[in-house]
Design a protein around this ligand. Structure first.
Ligand SMILES: C[S@@+](CC[C@H](N)C(=O)[O-])C[C@H]1O[C@@H](n2cnc3c(N)ncnc32)[C@H](O)[C@@H]1O
Length: 252
């Protein structure tokens, strides 16, 4: 793909990746933050991060041509960036990061095992309290990209994929305009890695239950008392209390 078409003829091309930049600078205003863009391709995100003064940036992509393109675009500005040509699922130790950014890679992972490998890589690589930003095609986005099938997500199904070690912080939708002016709906979600990573709980719907947040409510029987509930999600929906009913049989 990268050998055949110039960057600005690829459907995912963005002159100004505003939403990614906003979510990254919001999560990590400190310019010493370590940021990795997985599946960065020849995206201009790295150019803009350098312009904003970020000093510790890594770009990882399976395509050597994409990385070479970005390096030659940046010239000597590419020098402080760490470049990794490799498969995010199998590259192994790639360092520790405060921010993990992925726009339009995760949705290509069709097989459950690939997604499990991806979540293991995120969990290994992001520091406690670090941020994970993932953008995929939204439920009303296209079913394919570059001739390949994709899985579409909203923030809840993304949360379910990531598991209990990550708490949803922010979810934003974007209507991306391709270079030929077709709208593609993207779902962006930003997660915080919990200080104490929790093992995810398998559910009978083949997802994992994820704790989204805690909610306190007045008890109906004793209005003076407040009760705290865990609000959890799995692929079948969002559930009050600790567990989805169908998961209980699997809980120890
Ligand atoms: C749709 S493009 C998005 C590029 C860039 N993130 C952007 O928003 O412009 C997906 C990118 O993910 C890369 N990619 C796909 N699978 C990958 C994998 N398993 N490991 C690393 N990179 C991968 C592709 O080479 C491609 O550059």
């Amino acid at each position: 793909m990268y050998r055949e078409k110039p960057s600005d003829r690829l459907s995912w091309f963005q002159e100004h990746p505003s939403l990614s930049l906003h979510l990254i600078t919001d999560a990590a205003p400190n310019r010493d933050a370590r940021i990795i863009d997985v599946g960065g391709g020849d995206s201009l995100l790295v150019d803009h991060l350098l312009e904003r003064g970020y000093r510790h940036i890594t770009v990882l992509d399976i395509s050597g041509s994409a990385i070479e393109r970005t390096q030659s675009r940046l010239g000597s500005r590419a020098d402080p960036v760490r470049w990794v040509v490799g498969d995010v699922l199998t590259t192994g130790e790639i360092g520790m990061y405060d921010v993990w950014h992925d726009r339009a890679l995760f949705h290509f992972l069709i097989e459950p095992q690939q997604r499990q490998q991806y979540v293991e890589a995120v969990t290994r690589t992001v520091v406690p309290q670090g941020t994970v930003i993932i953008a995929t095609f939204a439920p009303d986005g296209p079913p394919r990209c570059s001739g390949l099938g994709v899985r579409r997500y909203d923030e809840r199904s993304l949360a379910a994929e990531l598991g209990e070690s990550f708490a949803l912080v922010k979810a934003v939708r974007e209507a991306h305009l391709t270079p030929w002016d077709v709208e593609q709906q993207f779902a962006y979600a930003s997660f915080r890695k919990l200080a104490r990573a929790r093992p995810s709980l398998p559910c009978l719907c083949r997802g994992t239950t994820v704790m989204l947040r805690r909610e306190s409510r007045r008890s109906r029987r004793s209005p003076g008392l407040a009760r705290t509930h865990n609000i959890c999600a799995c692929r079948s929906g969002v559930w009050r209390r600790a567990l989805h009913r169908r998961c209980r049989s699997e809980a120890r």
